[in-house]
Ligand binder design. Structure first.
Ligand code: AKG
Length: 252
């Protein structure tokens, strides 16, 4: 569970580090599944946007009751998992993730999601840790982004530099197994990895079911964002579908 202070921190900063962390055996298992994924799909070397489409073994980590309890504290009792992804950032030449807000890409209305970012390796400034701009979620608006299809980026939407000040960034330094939770509006990004050590991070995306996962919008946005979320399977993790608009049909 999160303490009251941690819940307040999340509201104030837009992110919080959990006390709970995953043991080495679990991380070894995740690394094993990830290696299998890359053996089959080497194109996901830096980034796999939709893990569950390729391997449902990753789903069990999102069912962890400790994680779900923290999520419920932040977004309420009715929760669906709508995606998991892997930012693998290998050593020497791992790709950067441009400064962005997740909400820019995501077909969820009203926009809402709490992401878990799990450090699969130790994550620090040397190997390109995630960086947050504390408090940048508070306006609850997506800011001005541009399309940047650079080969050196995992994602292709980049915030206009007038929208944030990199000097305000908080470096998310985590030991392997630790997790941070972040809000859909927080400004964040990460640099390249030129160190010899990989910086693997797995995300789990939880939305309150008071929001709708809008498949039509996902389809319309798919070319621009190079992400096709139209066929994501939603997994009801807790409670009910509050909006009554989401479907939980398993898709491939
Ligand atoms: O792991 C990274 O470098 C980027 C992660 C990210 O953008 C996210 O979790 O939304």
């Amino acid at each position: 569970m999160l303490s009251e202070k941690q819940v307040e921190e999340y509201k104030e900063n837009g992110f919080v580090i959990m006390d709970y962390s995953l043991p080495k055996e679990t991380l070894d298992e995740i690394k094993y599944y990830h290696k299998n994924l890359l053996d089959k799909y080497p194109e996901f070397r830096d980034y796999c946007p939709t893990l569950l489409k390729y391997d449902l073994n990753f789903l069990k980590y999102a069912k962890d009751p400790e994680i779900l309890n923290c999520i419920k504290q932040l977004i309420g009792p009715n929760v669906a998992l709508w995606n998991q992804s892997f930012f693998a950032k290998p050593g020497i030449n791992g790709k950067a993730t441009p400064w962005h807000q997740d909400g820019q890409y995501w077909p969820i209305r009203p926009l809402a999601t709490c992401s878990v970012w799990l450090a699969v390796d130790d994550s620090n400034e040397e190997n390109g840790c995630l960086k947050y701009i504390p408090g940048s979620h508070k306006r609850k608006k997506t800011r001005l982004h541009h399309t940047n299809n650079s080969e050196n980026y995992t994602l292709n939407q980049e915030l206009d530099t007038s929208e944030y000040n990199e000097n305000d960034a908080y470096n998310l330094i985590l030991k392997a197994g630790q997790m941070a939770l972040h809000d859909v509006y927080i400004v964040h990004g990460s640099g390249t990895n030129t160190s010899p050590h990989s910086r693997r991070g797995m995300t789990m995306r939880f939305m309150p079911t008071s929001s709708t996962f809008d498949r039509k919008l996902a389809h319309e946005d798919s070319i621009k964002y190079r992400l096709d979320h139209q066929h994501r399977t939603l997994f009801l993790m807790s409670g009910i579908d509050e909006s009554g608009t989401n479907d939980f049909i398993v898709r491939n």
